[in-house]
Write a protein that binds this ligand. Structure first.
Ligand code: PHE
Length: 452
């Protein structure tokens, strides 16, 4: 079935680094901690872990199988595995989702890039420890229009350059350097946070299970977060699967990626909450936790605060960059495969399109906030945030897993998981159960609850 193709990652380590790079992103460091805190700490964590290891890892393995088996990008991958070409629509939906996520991601990444600059130049430090001051600063910055747009463009240009360097020289090499650096940064921040007086309260908030706070909405959020965090349901892992060396063990690779992604999310919580509690701030800061509460926390640390805030926002930029690259790569590779356009042209085209849409979303927080969608009068940014977190990834994941579980031949699946019979697949029956029944039913249930 597989045809030989030029582009691959050079080694298993390269695959793991690039895929962990895609998985570890703003979802881990910006969204996971505040979502976990909001929905009952340890209680949310238990549900999240179940979703991640049972559903998320199953989906990741399925996407790797689909990608590596076919050596194609999503649309062609689905089409080549089934005579009904309409299945290609699932791949297309995944790519559309990737495009929307990338455009929204660029906005947040632009904010983060701006904060790195503000941390280095001492602007954040000059705001002092007045919570109002810092929130006003964030509000003024994010609604200003010009600076969010400039930093967004700077960030996207860096991503484009990495993509243009190629899969091995660009994505793989950058991930191999940035991922260990990211782990180091998060560990340094954890040590700092844990050695602050009263840090224990933050750990308690994060880990002690409060089941009374774990609502149905919390369970939904846990699933959405699990899919988003593992970068599944958008075709990205299908593309990365197609770059995976043929002798890599798909199960082991997926487990490593899932474990690393989860560990980094938890470590981000450990780096953030003890510091927030120690400095007496509100841990339920929601999405603003990172941009409004943390600068305050850093400013209470005196001179060292400048170093730690720079490190923290750098961590966030690094995490965001390897994720944005994976999204841009999926789109680039797909267009390149489907048309006669070269890789460079495809990358530049999607860079331009996603940056333009990103600019529109960035402006919708400020100068264009009067443009709203639906009865709830959501700004374009909030609308796309909802689309990206509640609807699109679960829908794409559901369709992907139904295809994988019910429409792919058992031979294709077994052959690919076992590397043509050379690797043991003792987990196969459990995996089949998960991919045919548990994952589709759970996703369907969550989607129906989410929509109604
Ligand atoms: N997994 C990334 C994060 O946690 C986001 C992402 C989603 C990246 C989908 C690529 C594809 O932030």
């Amino acid at each position: 079935m597989a045809t030989t193709k030029q582009t691959t990652f050079s080694s298993n380590l390269g695959v793991i680094m690039a895929a962990v790079g895609s998985a570890v992103g703003l979802g881990n460091i910006w969204r996971f901690p505040y979502t976990c805190g909001k929905y009952g700490g340890g209680a949310f964590l238990i549900v999240y872990l179940c979703f991640v290891f049972l559903l998320g890892a199953t989906l990741m393995m399925s996407e790797f199988v689909i990608g590596r088996r076919t050596q194609h990008t999503p649309v062609k991958a689905f089409q080549s595995l089934h005579p009904k070409r309409a299945w290609g629509a699932v791949g297309l939906l995944g790519l559309i989702t990737s495009f929307f996520i990338l455009s929204q991601y660029l906005v947040l990444s632009g904010w983060t890039t701006n904060y790195v600059w503000d941390a280095i130049t001492g602007t954040l430090a000059s705001l002092g420890t007045d919570a109002g001051n810092i929130s006003n600063y964030f509000a003024a910055f994010s609604t200003s229009g010009s600076r969010p747009v400039i930093t967004l463009i700077v960030f996207s240009i860096i991503c484009l350059v990495i993509i243009l360097c190629g899969v091995q020289k660009g994505i793989e090499n950058v991930s191999k350097v940035l991922m260990p650096f990211l782990v180091l940064l998060v560990l340094v921040l954890c040590v700092r946070s844990l050695t602050l007086p009263g840090a224990g309260k933050g750990l308690e908030y994060l880990f002690s299970p409060d089941f009374s706070k774990l609502t149905g909405e919390g369970v939904l959020a846990a699933l959405g977060q699990a899919l988003f965090s593992l970068s599944v349901g958008m075709g990205v892992m299908i593309v990365y699967g197609s770059y995976m060396p043929l002798n890599d063990n798909i199960f082991k690779t997926a487990m490593w990626i899932t474990a690393c992604d989860t560990l980094i999310a938890v470590l981000a919580g450990v780096a953030i909450f003890p510091a927030v509690f120690s400095c007496g701030f509100d841990p339920a800061g929601g999405p603003g936790l990172v941009f409004c509460v943390l600068p305050n926390v850093f400013n209470t640390m005196g001179g060292a605060g400048v170093i730690f805030s720079t490190l923290f926002f750098l961590l966030l930029v690094v995490a965001a960059m390897t994720s944005a690259i994976s999204l841009l790569e999926a789109l680039t590779a797909a267009l390149h495969e489907h048309t006669s356009m070269g890789r460079t042209f495809s990358a530049v085209l999607f860079f331009l399109l996603s940056t333009a849409l990103g600019v529109l979303f960035a402006m919708s927080v400020g100068p264009l906030s009067h443009i709203t969608v639906g009865h709830a009068h959501l700004t374009l940014f909030d609308f796309v945030d909802r689309l990206n977190s509640i609807y699109l990834p679960p829908i794409c994941s559901l369709l992907t897993i139904i295809f994988f579980g019910w429409f792919m031949t058992e031979k294709d699946v077994k052959d690919e998981l076992s590397n043509h019979g050379t690797v043991k697949i003792g987990y196969y029956r459990l995996f089949r159960l998960l991919s045919r029944y548990v994952a589709p039913l759970a996703l369907l249930l969550v989607l129906i609850t989410g929509i109604f």
